[in-house]
Design a protein around this ligand. Structure first.
Ligand code: HEC
Length: 143
């Protein structure tokens, strides 16, 4: 990728409902707090790592943000991030941001997902130009 990208256009892409970043991430106070906050991401990840995080979300899943699938005794299935665990309960946040306390006595099976909760294929949806703008925007955050 040789294009430099325009951060202000990348901000528009980030906030656009079409690409759904703000369904799961907060940056500059905008978005939902489900995946990691991105307000300082430009300090943490260089551009190559940002491309990788967007194009291959499952290649390096951030600690504490692994997805879990829980099957309840009732047969219901729940998916989300585990916020806390006690001996009797797990607290799960689902992809809508809803927080649920689940008694372990109701859980039939718990399985850590091998893939990220972040959708695959965002790179294809974005296309090269928007992807480059988006990465140039993210790389400015926290600097
Ligand atoms: C359905 C929720 C969801 C959507 C939509 C989503 N993400 Fe993510 N994202 C996550 C989760 C959960 C993680 C942490 C797990 C992982 O590393 O894969 C993550 C990780 C990341 C990371 C790495 C953060 C770090 O601290 O290492 C970046 C960067 C990122 N997402 C950017 C984006 C961008 C840009 C978009 C929109 C094109 C997007 N995400 C859409 C859920 C989502």
């Amino acid at each position: 990728m040789t294009r430099v990208g325009t951060p202000s256009s990348g901000r528009v892409v980030f906030r656009s409902p079409e690409f759904s970043c703000v369904n799961c991430h907060v940056a500059e106070g905008v978005g939902k707090d489900i995946g990691p906050g991105l307000s300082e991401i430009g300090k943490k990840l260089g551009k190559d790592a940002l491309y990788d995080a967007i194009l291959n979300p499952s290649s390096g899943i951030s600690f504490d943000y692994e997805g879990w699938n829980l099957t309840l005794n009732s047969g219901d299935e729940l998916t989300g991030i585990v916020l806390s665990r006690t001996e009797t309960h797990w607290t799960l946040k689902n992809l809508l941001g809803q927080i649920q306390e689940i008694p372990l006595s109701e859980v039939f099976e718990k399985q850590k997902m091998s893939t990220s909760l972040m959708p695959n294929g965002l790179g294809l949806l974005l296309g090269e130009e928007k992807l480059v703008d988006l990465v140039s925007y993210l790389s400015t955050l926290g600097k």
